[in-house]
Design a protein around this ligand. Sequence first.
Ligand SMILES: [Zn+2]
Length: 430
Amino acid sequence: MKTVFHSRHIWRVVAAGCFLAAAVGLTAPLVAHEALALTEANLRWHAPSKSITVTFLGKQEKETAVLDLRKAAVLDTEISIQSDATTIHLLSGKAIRMSFAVGKDSKTVTSRLKFAGGDKPALLFNDKEDSALHEKWIEVLASKEPNLTIELENATIATVKFDPKSIEEMGEGVRGIAVEPASAPPDSAAEPTAHTDAAGDLLHEISPAQLRASAAAFASAVKHKCNKCLGKGKVVVKVQYATRQEGQTIKKLFRDETRTCEVCKGAGYLRASDESLYRSAAVFVRNLAEVKRDDPGTQDALSSAYKMITDVMIGDYKTWMLLTDTGKSILVLPSAVEGTSVFSKVVVKRILPKVAGKRQFIVEIDGIDKQVQVSDPVIADEIESGTALMGGLITAGKKGDAITVLERGFLIAPPINHVYWWWYGPRPRR
Ligand SMILES: [Zn+2]
């Protein structure tokens, strides 16, 4: 397996949008990424690179949240699932399914699953084993199926936490699990040695398809078709309008009536919560920072990312305000938290000489007296001055002055639609 991303700073990128999830420890063991299988379903989950938790990127409506775990990695560990799901299903391939009823009335409940193997195989749900499921669990252990799938039925929110204690008990020599001492200095944690197994490679070297998927997920969080009315804004309901006596029985008479859809209030489209939107934007920008640069599909994926940024991040007023206001409130703080993803309207002040072939810009945050160095942007317009939208991950505060460094993000000033010039500002003349 090859090692990817030589820049140490990238390994220090910790929790995209972590200010929204302050509970996520910055020095937690490297666990969640190791436990996740490389599947499409997992793109819906946000897993900061050093976090022991993964969070489902839901869309407000109830749905089945699917998380694929590597069986080898989670064996002999315990996970806790915090969710408003009504049922938790554990699947091994298509053949084996075990179900646990957890809650009702959309209450958030924490459940624990322990996957014991070895000489005392058992599947414990909240510390108890259902004897009816014992045989099935033995089958799961024997099966060649590499993944264990968790399905959370009727969920809008879900966080899965991997228990670092169970994982530490496994000791060394268990492939795929890297435990980093909580006290490790950031620089030693930054070395990618723990990430050179299959999961690490792919999770940290984002494919063009993954970048596209995260851009599409963000755009869809901003605006997605209402499931209830399928985008029509109206639903047809059967309404009783009369009764008719037919011999001994009374027959109810119904007719179709068109009503405004109560889910989307007639709009036909829905928007995710601000928190969920910001998480989704953070996932996109992290993927942008970690996309494979030498893949033949990357150029196309970047073009579509550029289009999404222009149309959705700049072109949608509410989204623009959410991203840039949040960005400003992060950047106004005296010390920037590494790994935080930020977006901001900026004024390009200077272009610095390239460092090792990488472009460097000095920009000023609109409305506050703060300068940021944008280093090696993945997407950048040929701008020399004037207004632009900046996005990326905070990687470091420069010593000795107030400049914050944003690495491998984007800095774009697209020709803009006249409809939204009033919040974005006209493109400057050269
Ligand atoms: Zn609707």
